[in-house]
Design a protein around this ligand. Sequence first.
Ligand SMILES: NC(=O)C1=CN([C@@H]2O[C@H](COP(=O)(O)OP(=O)(O)OC[C@H]3O[C@@H](n4cnc5c(N)ncnc54)[C@H](OP(=O)(O)O)[C@@H]3O)[C@@H](O)[C@H]2O)C=CC1
Ligand SMILES: C[C@H]1O[C@H](OP(=O)(O)OP(=O)(O)OC[C@H]2O[C@@H](n3cnc4c(=O)[nH]c(N)nc43)[C@H](O)[C@@H]2O)[C@@H](O)[C@@H](O)C1=O
Length: 316
Amino acid sequence: MTTAPALLPATARVYVAGHRGLVGSAVARHLAAEGHEVITRTRAELDLREPGPTARMLRDTRPDVLVLAAAKVGGIMANSTYPVEFLEDNLRIQLSVLAGAHAADVDRLLFLGSSCIYPKHADQPIREDALLTGALEPTNEPYALAKIAGIGQVRSYRRQYGRRWISAMPTNLYGPGDNFDPETSHVLPGLLRRFHEAVAAGSEEVLLWGSGTPRREFLHSDDLARACVALLRAYDGPDPVNVGCGEDVTIAELAALVAEVTGFTGRVVWDTSRPDGTPRKLLDVGRLRKLGFEPSVALADGVRDTYRWWLGHKDS
Ligand SMILES: NC(=O)C1=CN([C@@H]2O[C@H](COP(=O)(O)OP(=O)(O)OC[C@H]3O[C@@H](n4cnc5c(N)ncnc54)[C@H](OP(=O)(O)O)[C@@H]3O)[C@@H](O)[C@H]2O)C=CC1
Ligand SMILES: C[C@H]1O[C@H](OP(=O)(O)OP(=O)(O)OC[C@H]2O[C@@H](n3cnc4c(=O)[nH]c(N)nc43)[C@H](O)[C@@H]2O)[C@@H](O)[C@@H](O)C1=O
């Protein structure tokens, strides 16, 4: 009787696509710390939207495992302002990377989607089977559609070719290496920067977006990386797996925490001309917990750690 090879052999060579990003850098760090050879290419070396060069690189390097953490990513305003890039760049990256990985016989592949693939008014906490049961949140529908297509690609390669490929759906992420641009970032780095600059300028007031009432769940990128490794090691099924911490906060509560961390004591004013986005997207993380994963970074610690990182890097 032959047994299937281990899902993540200790000697596996792993290509981390997007290794300079928030997620890719954390995943690459964790895999390297566990002794894996990590293969990387910068965007200047390889534009993953291009199928020919992507297929050639994969054929030449022959990774055993691929983590797709390269994508067009951004906060609510970036998604609303550049819907074409959020749809097309992501579709193109997914098409060229997955087809190239199949041609290069990559045994294990982890595709990263996002909690925004679920319907805007899904029951909370959101289970994986809520996928495709209702209308999406308009501010990020193009991005969500590309990510839903990616889940479909993974499932199709599994069904037609027996590939041991999987999909993970992370909640909102943050950590060292995040994007702190005030217009295109996600809320957490955006708030750290706004509050920091208000303190530096001696301002009494900080202007934040929306109403402050939407709820979001935040996971540190180190926890996400640990979850990715756990999934590669233990999971081999067609359904996506939610990755979160199981708790959420309102944006107003997050603002209070960031004010405390940055030392801001003034007033918060809400700019309701900016979108709120989805009212709530707390993930049901039961499936991930069954694999033995528990997050280890508390939000307050993670925010402090990310603020420290940014203070050390903001001028470089
Ligand atoms: N951040 C979050 O809150 C969440 C992220 N995710 C998912 O996690 C994954 C990683 O996101 P995150 O790390 O935050 O994103 P980042 O923007 O931090 O990193 C994305 C990486 O992809 C690379 N990249 C983008 N386009 C191309 C391209 N055409 N060719 C080659 N490389 C490219 C970027 O390269 P360069 O550095 O050169 O720009 C960057 O290294 C994505 O799939 C995202 O959807 C899911 C849920 C939440
Ligand atoms: C990860 C996830 O990220 C995005 O969805 P989002 O969760 O809505 O994104 P966000 O982090 O940008 O905002 C969260 C909330 O925070 C409020 N908010 C207040 N003040 C600021 C602020 O200064 N910046 C930002 N960005 N938001 C702010 C903002 O109005 C909103 O109510 C999509 O890309 C989606 O596709 C996706 O996958």
